[in-house]
Ligand binder design. Structure first.
Ligand code: SF4
Length: 325
């Protein structure tokens, strides 16, 4: 089985943007690859360094979430990035051999430059983020990384860094190949990209009451002012959500009902909330149980981090031998 590595930034509770962007795919990939899945708290720290004490507790929450949604801790290695210090050592080795120009060209750095300055995250840690990503992959000698089409360029930078290392030190770290996955752009409750920083998220284990409240508050087609006005689902973010969570039959019900004013927005939102709830009710319960059993959860985390660390130490030893350190 080829080895695959992926991670999720530790910035808070996981939301449905994380689910459709990563976790849903991980659940499928765990049967095809030897997987290393991480809660990446050093990455979370690049934007959250001022609230560093908040980052650690989210690690446990994320691991509990992954387990609750079906990631098998026996089959996969589930780890917390900062518990495997070898990530940082390899990062520093890679940082020395990565030309500044490669990082200056990264579109997410250039595009978010003004935003970073405003948020006080225009920092070296943020700038060097792709180098840490390359180290995250290489430390486990992963051959595969799941990415959406728009992230292939990011992975290419990791490949370039690893290639340069291999060239300089006559080593053979695998250059990771993309596993292309369908990652729909998940809009937030207000129609912008779903993101914690916009405050428009729907959590993967949102409790039923708050789920209904959030869905009820979503804006609808602005042309549909009164109940008897026909609407256009294609102009409505509620319908965008239906496409993610509802069956074909429900989509048809919304399409016909909205355009003919046969259904009201309250009915439409009620059905959406039901469908989301039926997806997350079971994981929500499982996660609650896990968080109520701290010893069991801690033992799973400890075991995963030990297994990750063992592999990371092997890689780092080989890296240092090659570099004659
Ligand atoms: S019926 Fe549904 S899709 Fe149509 S405008 Fe209302 S909330 Fe949006």
């Amino acid at each position: 089985m080829a080895r695959l590595m992926s991670g999720v930034r530790t910035t808070g509770q996981l939301h449905f943007g994380n689910y459709f962007g990563a976790i849903k795919t991980w659940v499928e990939l765990q049967n095809q690859y030897e997987c290393f899945f991480g809660a990446m708290d050093w990455h979370g720290m690049t934007s959250n360094y001022k609230n560093s004490s908040e980052v650690m507790p989210w690690n446990r929450d994320i691991i509990a979430e992954l387990l609750a949604w079906g990631i098998d801790p026996e089959k996969n290695v589930l780890f917390i990035q900062s518990f495997v210090p070898e990530h940082l050592e390899l990062f520093l080795i890679f940082a020395n051999l990565t030309p500044m120009g490669w990082l200056e060209r990264v579109p997410t750095w250039k595009d978010a430059e003004e935003e970073n300055k405003a948020n006080d995250t225009h920092n070296l840690g943020r700038f060097a983020y792709p180098v840490l990503q390359a180290a995250d992959i290489a430390i486990y000698q992963a051959q595969k990384v799941p990415v959406g089409q728009d992230q292939v360029a990011h992975l290419e930078l990791s490949r370039e860094i690893i290639r340069r290392f291999n060239h300089l030190y006559k080593a053979q770290l695998p250059e990771p190949q993309p596993v292309l996955t369908k990652m729909p752009v998940v809009t937030g409750l207000d129609g912008r990209k779903m993101s914690k920083s916009y405050g428009n998220t729907l959590l993967m284990t949102e409790d039923e009451k708050s789920l209904l409240k959030k869905v009820r508050a979503m804006p609808t087609d602005p042309q549909r002012v009164r109940r008897e006005d026909p609407g256009d689902p294609d102009q409505c973010n509620v319908y965008t959500f239906h496409k993610l969570f509802s069956t074909e039959k429900d989509l048809e019900w919304v399409n016909v009902g909205c355009r003919s004013a046969g259904i009201g927005c309250g009915d439409c939102k009620g059905r959406l909330a039901e469908n989301i709830n039926s997806l997350c009710a079971e994981p929500r319960e499982k996660k609650k149980q896990l968080l109520n059993q701290p010893e069991r959860l801690d033992s799973i985390i400890r075991d995963g981090c030990e297994r990750a660390r063992k592999e990371a130490q092997l890689t780092l030893r080989m890296v240092k031998e090659r570099m004659k350190l």
